[in-house]
Every structure is written in C-alpha cells, then in structure tokens.
Design a binder for this molecule. Structure first.
Ligand code: SAM
Ligand code: SF4
Length: 317
C-alpha cells in the first residue's frame, strides 16, 4: 500500500531480539540491555502473524535483524516460516557474522536469499575495541562460510567513523576486488545512547569518494545506496547517507521491534504496539502505521540526535 505521501511501502524490517553477543560502541551500552520480561516480547507466532499481515498489505521484502538475530533460539525455523509466507519474495538477514560458520548453510537452506554482514575494520585490535567483545577472526570466518553457501547477494556494512576507520576506506573497499561482495559505507547515526563519539566521528559519505578517486558511478539498484565500482572489482562500493543527505522521499520501509512496536520512521519516537493482537488487529494497526509515516525524520547531526529514544540494537538498524 501507499502512505499518504505516495510512497509505496514494500519492505518490513523485523527485529527478532534486542540481545547481542557483541557490544558495538555506536549501537548499545557496555553492560548490554536490561533484559525485558519474556511476555513483553513478541512470540515467534506473533512475528509470523505480523509478517503475514505485512504481506497482505503489499510488503514483499523482509529483513530479519536485531540485536544479533543469530543469537535467537530457533532463528533458522523462524526464517523458514517467514520465507514461506505468501507474498514475501525476498528474505534478507543482517548479522555481525560471528555465528555464521554454523548457521550460514542452514539459513540459506531455510530460504534466506541475501545477507548483510557488519564489519567496521580489518584490524583485529580495532575490531576488539569497537565491538567491545568480538574477534575479527570469527567475523571473517563467518564471511567465508557465507560465501560458500550460494547466497544471491552478500553485502558488507561498514559504519564510517571519523578517526576510527576512515584510514581503512581503501582496504575495506578492496574487499570488493577480493570477494564477490558489495561494501557499503554508512554514515554514523547519532542515536539515543550511541557512545561518546565526538563531532569529528560524524563524517559525510563524501569522505569515501575523496579517498578513492578511482571509483566510477554505477546505476542504483533500487536501494538507498549511491553505487560506485573500483576498476576490476567483483562488487560495488555503496554509500549510504542518512545524516548528510537523507533519503526519506524514497523510504519504502516500516520497522517492527522485538517488543512488538511498529515504527513508521527509524528516527521518530512514534511507536504503535502489535503485541497481543490477532491477525485482523495487526492488519489494521499496520495500515494505520503506514499512514502515519512522517515525510522525513527531521534534522540529524552530532547535536541534533535521533528522536527514536532507543538504541539501534532495540530497533534493528
Ligand atoms: N547485529 C546485527 C549486525 O550488527 O549486523 C544486526 C543489527 S545492527 C543494529 C544493524 C546495523 O545497524 C549494523 O550494520 C550496524 O552497524 C548498524 N548500526 C548500529 N548502530 C548504528 C549507528 N549509530 N549508526 C549507523 N549504523 C548503526
Ligand atoms: Fe550487536 Fe549489531 Fe549492535 Fe554490534 S551493531 S552491538 S553486532 S546489534
């Protein structure tokens, strides 16, 4: 269906858990999340019912995210059930990759078409710093496992952080020559409690084109990234600019959090609860949420932080 600004909403991002095995500094606090009561969270049945309601309203693409979706018990079966919902044409999953050595093959078999893998640095020490708990080697093993499982597309997501990984722009982009993957640089978003990054950390996507003059533009693929390619590369370099050049006029998505809140806009505090509703209730609530989608998320900058009032692990990115 279309929202009141004429945008066709075809994409649902479903967060299946707030929990994570890492603690990325821009995403969640060091001491993790205050674990909510089980009965506050959507059950697996409710999640699938919500996907069915979304599909009935014209959603065709589903992204499973979190928290870290791969720490959720039963994630493979959840993906299988979601992929089988009539009308859902594509199931994508966003992950930090550390659990992919075990799960890449079963997830592909369950019907996940595409993977986005988050990777902010190729330096083991810096990886430990930014994730607080992670080992680069595990993420790289996860990437290798995914590459061997026949996914239709694998994209690497890198949060661009001035003073942290801007010196690695060439090395990270080089992954598009080494592997058949896209590497997408995403501007750091100033979330509710996303660490103590100073203004210098919030650098615009143009830092990438400045560092890599050999990039040539390629046509967009319908997503929000501006696409480029290095000579001889197997995949694209994508630039995503939620802060310096928002793409709200093209926004085709709604989000559902693990505690059952529909978010018509990532950076708004507006939330509509689906928890406890039956299918018809979910359908009508989702319809209202789509109609309530604002035309843009308002100014975002180091000073003007997101109005979402949640950290990214509680939304799903
Ligand atoms: N745990 C999974 C992962 O890391 O891929 C999925 C959930 S994570 C919240 C989804 C995406 O949001 C990741 O690519 C992460 O880098 C990104 N993200 C989290 N906080 C962010 C922030 N403040 N600015 C930009 N991207 C952010
Ligand atoms: Fe976990 Fe992903 Fe957030 Fe990192 S970005 S803390 S891996 S949810």
């Amino acid at each position: 269906m279309h929202d009141k600004y004429g945008r066709e909403i075809t994409y649902l991002r479903l967060s299946v858990t707030e929990l994570c095995n890492l603690r990325c500094r821009y995403c969640m606090p060091e001491d993790g999340v205050c674990k909510k009561r089980h009965d506050e969270m959507l059950t697996r049945e409710e999640m699938i019912m919500a996907v069915r309601a979304a599909a009935a309203l014209g959603i065709r693409k589903l992204r499973i995210t979190g928290g870290e979706p791969l720490v959720k018990a039963g994630i493979v079966d959840l993906c299988r059930e979601a992929a089988a919902v009539e009308g859902i044409q594509e199931v994508c999953l966003t992950t930090n990759a550390t659990l992919l050595p075990k799960l890449a093959a079963p997830l592909r078999e369950a019907g996940v078409n595409r993977l986005n893998i988050s990777l902010d640095t190729l330096d083991a020490e810096k990886y430990r710093y930014i994730t607080r708990l992670g080992e680069l080697e595990e993420a790289m093993k996860g990437l290798e496992a995914a590459l061997s499982c026949g996914y239709e597309k694998i994209k690497i997501n890198t949060v661009l952080i001035g003073g942290f990984n801007d010196d690695e722009i060439p090395a990270l982009a080089e992954l598009t020559r080494r592997y058949p993957v896209d590497v997408r640089f995403i501007e750091l978003m100033p979330m509710y409690d996303s660490g103590d990054f100073g203004p210098e950390a919030f650098i615009p996507y143009t830092a990438v084109t400045e560092r890599l003059p050999e990039l040539s533009p390629v046509p967009a693929d319908g997503g929000v990234a501006k696409l480029y390619r290095l000579p001889g590369a197997q995949g694209n370099v994508g630039l995503i600019s939620p802060v310096s050049a928002h793409f709200c006029t093209e926004c085709n998505r709604i989000r559902l959090t693990a505690d059952g809140k529909l978010k018509p806009c990532l950076h708004s505090s507006d939330e509509i609860s689906l928890k406890g509703l039956d299918f018809d209730g979910m359908l009508e609530t989702m319809r209202s949420a789509i109609l309530a989608k604002p035309h843009w998320h308002g100014e975002l900058s180091y000073r003007e932080r997101s109005r979402a009032n949640r950290n990214m692990n509680q939304i799903g990115g």
